[in-house]
Write a new protein. Structure first.
Length: 189
């Protein structure tokens, strides 16, 4: 157990350094391409209720994508509540700085995770089998089992590794999209 934790932390450290070396123009170009590729998937085209994330500075920038599609799709964002994630509708006017300095939705109109059709999931790294390595707090590890939504991991190409160490509670992605690669692990139903 301790060895897996150490290996995961080494991957987190390596990915943090690689993300830190990206120029702003590279980040924007990567995000545009990843989300362009996502738009072309059947999972995205068929989904109406989509849970997204509000990006941190070192993650793929999501705001342009949210703005582009928010009139045609219903978006939801997570909000941290203790050790869990709550899901609320996305409205740009109802965002405020929340946990971990991430913009989160305000209000009391929680959405049942079972109503979400597609979840766009951030991570530190993914592998070709859909396994995901998060930042280590377990928010998505606790949230993902509560929804039957198609789970799509998005990231930079260098975040796609051959294999990741995993734990029994880790939930695999159904698809992983980077700026050069789209891997469908499980067909959406």
């Amino acid at each position: 157990m301790k060895e897996k934790f150490s290996e995961k932390n080494e991957i987190r450290y390596r990915m943090k350094n690689l993300r830190g070396m990206l120029l702003e123009t590279e980040k924007r170009a990567a995000a545009e391409e990843v989300f362009r590729r996502l738009e072309q998937t059947a999972a995205f085209m068929l989904a109406d209720r989509i849970m997204m994330y509000h990006s941190l500075p070192d993650e793929l920038y999501t705001l342009d994508f949210l703005k582009k599609w928010s009139g045609r799709k219903r978006f939801y964002l997570p909000r941290v509540n203790g050790v869990d994630l709550e899901v609320l509708p996305y409205e740009e006017s109802r965002l405020e700085l929340g946990s971990f300095h991430i913009e989160e939705p305000t209000g009391t109109d929680l959405t049942d995770p079972a109503d979400i059709e597609l979840v766009i999931v951030p991570a530190v790294a993914y592998d070709r089998k859909g396994k995901r390595l998060g930042r280590g707090k377990g928010f998505y590890d606790r949230f993902l089992p509560t929804t039957k939504a198609t789970k799509v991991g998005v990231g930079y190409e260098f975040q796609l590794l051959e294999e990741l160490p995993t734990e029994p509670h880790d939930v695999a992605m159904d698809m992983v999209v980077t700026q050069h690669t789209t891997i469908i692990i499980k067909k959406s139903s």
